[in-house]
Design a protein around this ligand. Structure first.
Ligand SMILES: [Zn+2]
Length: 467
């Protein structure tokens, strides 16, 4: 070998060995089964985290200030919940145990977006965001007295053209203040006409924001939402297709598929429970006096666990509060959860330890019951519905989401570690706060929020997600 060539080779060897810097990562997740739906990666690897981001993914040894032994655990992107109502430390602390790292209130939303974000500054357990909500804006403009959902004027009144214009400018203001979408609950605002609905959708279109809607009851309500959104040409996400579709969930999914086949941007979501929950004083129960005894008896009062009769229903409706509605069969739930069209979202709500068990157990229940036990989809398919799909739903309008829902170098280190053989929900209608099993670690922005199954209350890395 000529001398110069030999020198070059030697130099290369020296450079190679020198250029391999021994990075010390903030956190190393060691030896877990890394699953990333965006790249179809499913491989035992180490994950190196630096400054809140995933800095390395490899089979090679890594050294970290903190090392988590992930042997036997799946290492997945943190779950993104597009539909949640608690929005308090209590609820965030419960959701993160179920693997959620980013939580959104997009259905009801708010009429004061800047205030909503300001109230959550200074760190939360999870990342958070909100929509500019038509329900709340309508309550504001019409002077409804309801606390969370409409209880009088926003249910009954038809808005004047001036009032519709006032609602439009409140929605536009909310989007300017950072809201990640526009929220609707036509089932809660029967007084709102299609013209009013479409006037609000126009604001969404002008801003290129997606609308998130709890449609009016039955297939007609879903048709109305799709027809208006496609006519205006604005993206639409239909919340809880299991609840809105009920016995006609398959037909409802078919409507969405047909709209998608025609090139419209329509998506949906589901939660894995046969019962829903909402406020007993809301418009959903208008005309309940005409119901049969059997219809009334599917309603459960969570404070006491009692199933209601005509007398107790009237009494609690006058008092107001959350009510559980056992309205669907297991087959309906399975249809909604298994559909490739539906993302997983909790619709969780919980306050002072009372509420719906889906707040604590949506994600662990899908992974344990529907993936492992019933095998209605693969683990990778389920993870895509919990991570990549919700991130993609939001990322064109809220670019922060393009770095979430993926386990890749450069992505935010929002990571959930679970044992695929053990993960399962434990919360019940009577004990809705019970933590799931099999989710020992959850990281948000590279910080360990759940450690050996316990909430680390001092760690609040969650940040605001804005458009
Ligand atoms: Zn909801």
């Amino acid at each position: 070998m000529p001398f110069c060539k030999y020198l070059l080779l030697t130099l290369c060897v020296i450079t190679m060995s020198c250029s391999k810097p021994s990075t010390t990562y903030d956190v190393v997740i060691k030896g877990g089964r890394v699953m990333d739906p965006s790249s179809s990666t499913d491989k035992i690897m180490n994950v190196g985290i630096l400054d809140g981001q995933i800095a390395a993914l490899s089979e090679e040894e890594m050294s970290g200030t903190t090392t988590i032994d992930a042997t036997g655990l799946v290492v997945a992107p943190g779950f993104i919940d597009l539909h949640e109502h608690g929005m308090t430390d209590e609820t965030y602390g419960i959701m993160v145990r179920d693997g959620v790292t980013t939580a959104f209130e997009l259905e009801v939303g708010t009429d004061s977006v800047a205030k909503w974000y300001a109230a959550r500054e200074g760190g939360r357990y999870v990342n958070y965001g909100v929509s500019a909500g038509h329900i709340r804006v309508r309550m504001n403009v019409l002077g409804d007295q309801g606390a969370f959902l409409p209880s009088d004027k926003a249910i009954t009144d038809k808005a004047t053209p001036e009032q519709i214009a006032a609602m439009q400018s409140l929605l536009a203001k909310g989007l300017k203040e950072g809201a990640v979408g526009v929220g609707f609950g036509m089932a809660y605002t029967p007084g709102a006409t299609v013209e009013e609905f479409e006037a609000m959708l126009t604001i969404a279109k002008q801003n290129k924001a997606t609308s998130f809607i709890h449609a009016r009851g039955g297939l007609d309500g879903i048709k109305e939402a799709i027809t208006s959104a496609t006519a205006i040409g604005t993206p639409l996400h239909i919340v809880h297709i299991n609840s809105s579709g009920g016995a006609q969930t398959s037909e409802a999914l078919q409507l969405i598929q047909e709209a998608r086949d025609q090139g419209h941007d329509i998506t949906t979501e589901a939660y894995p429970y046969e019962a829903g929950m909402t406020r007993i004083e809301s418009a959903l129960f208008d005309g309940w006096e005409q119901w049969s005894d059997e219809q009334i008896a599917i309603h459960q009062w969570p404070e006491t666990g009692e199933f209601l009769n005509r007398e107790s229903f009237a009494r609690y409706r006058a008092q107001g509060g959350g009510i559980i509605i056992h309205s669907r069969t297991e087959a309906m739930t399975m249809t909604a959860i298994a559909s490739p069209l539906s993302m997983i979202a909790s619709d969780g709500f919980l306050a002072d330890g009372k509420g719906h068990p889906r707040t604590s157990g949506t994600y662990s229940k899908v992974l344990g019951k529907y993936v492992r036990e019933l095998k209605v989809m693969t683990l990778m398919e389920a993870l895509a519905k919990m991570t990549l799909q919700p991130a993609q739903r939001l990322e064109t309008y809220a670019p922060q989401m393009a770095k979430k829902g993926r386990l890749q170098v450069g992505a935010d280190a929002d990571i959930t570690l679970f044992n695929a053989d053990e993960v399962i929900d434990q919360s019940t209608y009577m004990e809705p706060t019970l933590a799931p099993k099999g989710i020992p670690y959850v990281l948000v922005g590279g910080k360990i929020v759940i450690q050996e199954g316990q909430l680390n209350e001092a760690v609040r890395p969650g940040v605001a997600i804005r458009n």
